[in-house]
Design a protein around this ligand. Structure first.
Ligand code: 4NP
Length: 154
């Protein structure tokens, strides 16, 4: 599960991009993808049209994604929770008072070995949607590379 503040820009992009990557590699039935926000501001809404436009230009559809808020149950049921920035990390870990699921939670960008930064900036006010696409896609490419090494193959 990819998590940002609003589930409106960054995490829907990671969600849709990673799904399209899984389809390209024939892995869509091996790994389930979801996204959510730490806030409930955009529950039930389609992603921000500005990120959908950028994603579409790169051949990635986000139309099927609807905003939802992360719950404690998500911490239990998801294998991996990938957050965009430290504020998301704090908010997600605040749902896990006993630190039971702390090992499931990581900053998505730390998977990109070429990046000096470990946060993905919030484009909502800055408008840096194309830059965020580059950052998210690189991190997701590296994430899949790492996950493929852990998939059991017959
Ligand atoms: P996101 O960006 O966390 O990447 O979805 C935001 C979306 C909406 C708002 C803030 C950040 N907002 O203030 O509504």
């Amino acid at each position: 599960m990819f998590v940002c503040l609003g589930n409106h820009c960054r995490s829907p992009l990671a969600h849709g991009y990673f799904q399209s990557l899984l389809e390209k590699h024939g892995l869509e039935s091996d790994i389930e993808v979801a996204s959510s926000g730490t806030s409930g501001w955009h529950i039930g809404e389609a992603p921000d049209p500005r990120i959908s436009r950028v994603a579409r230009r790169h051949g990635v559809g986000l139309e099927h994604i609807r905003g939802q808020k992360i719950t404690k149950a998500d911490l239990r049921t998801c294998d991996l929770i990938l957050v965009m920035d430290r504020s998301n990390l704090r908010d997600v870990l605040s749902l896990d008072r006993d630190s039971r699921y702390i090992n499931k939670v990581s900053l998505l960008r730390t998977f990109d070995p070429s990046s000096m930064d470990d946060e993905i900036p919030d484009p909502y006010y800055s408008g840096i949607f194309e830059e965020v696409y580059t950052i998210v896609s690189r991190a997701c490419d590296s994430l899949l590379g790492e996950m493929k090494g852990h998939l059991e193959r017959p």
